[in-house]
Write a protein that binds this ligand. Sequence first.
Ligand SMILES: NCc1[nH]cc(CCC(=O)O)c1CC(=O)O
Length: 328
Amino acid sequence: MKLRIATRRSPLALAQTRWVAERIRAASPGIEIEEVQLVTQGDRVLDVPLAKVGGKGLFVTEVEQALEDGRADIAVHSMKDVPEKLAAGMELICVPEREDPHDVVITKSGEGFFDLAAGTRVGTSSLRRAVQLHAARNDVAFAVLRGNVGTRLRKLDDGEYGAIVLANAGLRRLGLAQDRKLEVLSVEHSIPAVGQGALGIEGRADDARSRALLATLEHGPTRVAVEAERAFLVALHGSCTTPLAAHARIEGGSLQIDAMVGAIDGSHVVRGGMHDWVDVTATEQAIAKAREMGRALADSLLEQGARALIDEARASSDPYVHLYSKPN
Ligand SMILES: NCc1[nH]cc(CCC(=O)O)c1CC(=O)O
């Protein structure tokens, strides 16, 4: 029996794909797994901020096409890069257990974000990160930072930046977290991106065989949390330049969601949180409730004026001009 997995060729995408492959093999000994490696549009334009060239779909569309064409059975994505809507007939057929979802600040000498000297150049292309960190410290200078995780770390090592901000999950998956001086940012200081740290395994909705092969990887609490975050995202329908965050987790039988939407100039942030009990053993009901909570939290941010912030981000020809020292 053979399973073909479509994947991007970046080190992180390959690490994620091999993490999944290893677990499928453990659950179904004797299965043959083939990697179908693809170079996506998103991989070809690595020097431009992602938000400027068309956003999330860039990494996913060409991988998804391989599923539609029948060149692959499943595709492993970073959940963070999965667009609001998948192609017709496609589903997230498995959501494995989440890695650490938090953002981290990495420096060469190990000082924390609050110890950085005023004026320090902080590398991140994420307006979500910049807006939230600006709220905590308006005296550092944000600068665009692109490239895959290895490239970004090299730019820190080369002294182009005094600090950089990345997802801990990517570092950990690449085995790069342990030899780095980093500070994990709490949800209080930086609410992670929708889906951060989770994987989304996409397949054809009618492909029962792939779904069965992945059944042991499915992780109920992660699925429920991700569904809440994605319902929030869909309700607000931000563009890829919207400083927007939502993070959900299950704590003691309760689902907690925290979310924010910010102005691209960092002048204004609306935030909110919500918690309610969920029974993750009754997954369908828990998912329905999680989605309702995500939508309700979106409504509460809309009541606080989130729409104007989202529209402003969408209309801006250069959303980086306000908070970034050297827009490009
Ligand atoms: N936007 C690129 C991207 N997509 C997923 C990850 C990291 C892993 C994850 O969030 O699951 C990263 C890099 C980063 O934000 O540092």
